[in-house]
Design a protein around this ligand. Structure first.
Ligand code: S3P
Length: 430
């Protein structure tokens, strides 16, 4: 069965931001129609960019950009909802803009660490006041142009941190050099190239280094098609592998950027029947293609620190698959999971225990013991789309009966997820 997934969340955010910063009209299509995209689009509208309604069918929109120095202070605070990427990337964009504003978000976002971006951005010259608790949103920000150049080493491999600094460098006209312990997703570097901004990246002794020297003072319009989100595709692939879909699935038009695809390697390592076919064209400098999967029997595996950044959003799903694999599945070196939309280690461990799965919690991960016993119970979404969907997938597997308390949490990245899961379902349990 051929299936499409919603547009990539990371690329949607970047496409919206760069088309807002371009001079003139950008044409973008395939955008995610979901809560996180809407949050970022709303903030950019309040800052003066001409962004029409995001269509639900991925059709093209034309964005009227304001230029690198053209954002204006909004009349009210910017609420980024549940979107950590939106908040952190905009903190960067606005650091290099002559803008004063307050950025906030929902309860989940207001509990997520922001110092990892405000520290380097302060070093570049922007000013931040934490209005509630130290290091957390809401934050009052005063941007500055030009900013000072920066050479920053971040202790976490984070595309949000890297991108925030690069975007500040771009709007603030400052060189930005960043070292991270492992390479994080490189969408910003690739989309920068599309608008005429060059960066250089290479492996170094202490990790991965990205350098942007002397950014230009204007960027060209974007003409960009966002591919399907491989992190959303992952849920459907996992469902097919667990027998939760009536037939094998071919997910078409899905992004296959190599900094995002470690989950596909892990699925294969667990014994899943999957194939990956890359489309020949190199449109957007972002690879895309078709990923197919069918019912498979799985064996446990180990995921360690080196793989974590390339599959950070898929780790809850690996734990869930581990509950249905033979033997042990361990995830370690994944401390970052505690700083996502929820504490994803805690959330997964609690939910698996409710279902009677044998799971051991570690500060930096977990170890799950698989079984083929029917799994039944009511689990929590913890305000986290990926936790809701991971347990939705487990619940759709034959023999299981799992209720997720707040299925709507999936709307920020995958509207229509539950309907699609039911549509593809192998039986009434779905
Ligand atoms: C994202 C980066 C990832 C990921 C998030 C989107 C991005 O976070 O978890 O869903 O678009 O830059 P980090 O790389 O910051 O851990």
């Amino acid at each position: 069965m051929r299936v499409h997934v919603p547009g990539d969340k990371s690329l949607t955010q970047r496409a919206l931001i760069l088309s807002a910063l371009a001079e003139g009209e950008s044409r973008i299509s395939g955008l995610l129609f979901g809560g996180d995209a809407e949050s970022t689009a709303n903030a950019l509208r309040a800052l003066g960019a001409g962004i029409p309604q995001i269509p639900s069918d991925g059709s093209e929109i034309t964005v009227q950009g304001v230029g690198l120095g053209g954002l204006r202070s909004p009349g009210s605070q910017l609420d980024l909802g549940n979107s950590g990427t939106g908040a952190r990337l905009l903190l960067g964009v606005l650091s290099g803009s002559a803008v004063e504003t307050t950025i906030t978000g929902d309860e989940s976002l207001r509990s997520r660490p922001m110092r990892r971006v405000t520290e380097p951005l302060s070093a570049m010259g922007a000013r931040f006041d934490f209005l509630a608790e130290d290091g957390l949103l809401p934050i009052r920000l005063r941007g500055k142009r030009p900013l000072q150049e920066i050479d920053w080493s971040t202790p976490v491999a984070s595309a949000q941190v890297k991108s925030s600094i690069l975007l500040a460098g771009l709007t603030g006209g400052a060189s930005a050099l960043i070292t991270e312990p492992e390479q994080s997703r490189d969408h910003t570097e690739r989309i920068f190239r599309q608008v005429g901004v060059s960066t250089e990246s290479r492996a170094v002794a202490d990790g991965w280094r990205v350098e942007m020297h002397n950014p230009p003072n204007r960027i060209s319009e974007l003409d960009f098609r966002v591919p399907g989100d491989v992190s959303s595709a992952a849920f459907l692939l996992a469902s097919a592998v667990l027998g939760g879909t009536a037939a094998s699935l071919d997910i078409v038009g899905v992004g296959l950027n190599p900094t995002r695809t470690a989950f596909l390697d892990v699925l294969e390592r667990m014994g899943a029947e999957i194939t990956v076919e890359t489309d020949a064209d190199d449109e957007n400098l972002e690879a895309k293609g078709t990923v197919s999967a069918s019912l498979s029997s799985l064996t446990g595996t180990h995921v360690g620190a080196a793989e974590v950044p390339r599959m950070i959003d898929e780790l809850p799903l690996v734990a869930v698959l581990g509950a249905r694999a033979q033997g042990e599945t361990s995830i370690r070196g994944a401390q970052e999971l505690r700083a996502k939309e929820s504490d994803r280690i805690d959330a997964v461990v609690r939910n698996l225990r409710v279902l009677g799965v044998d799971v051991e919690e570690h500060e930096d991960g977990l170890i799950v013991l698989g079984s083929d016993r029917p799994l039944k119970g009511r689990v929590e979404a913890f305000d986290d789309h990926r936790i809701a969907m991971a347990f939705g997938v487990l619940g759709a597997a034959p023999g299981n009966d799992i209720e997720v308390d707040d299925p709507h949490a999936s709307g920020v990245s995958f509207p229509g997820f539950w309907e699609l899961l039911r549509e593809l379902g192998a039986g009434s349990h779905a």
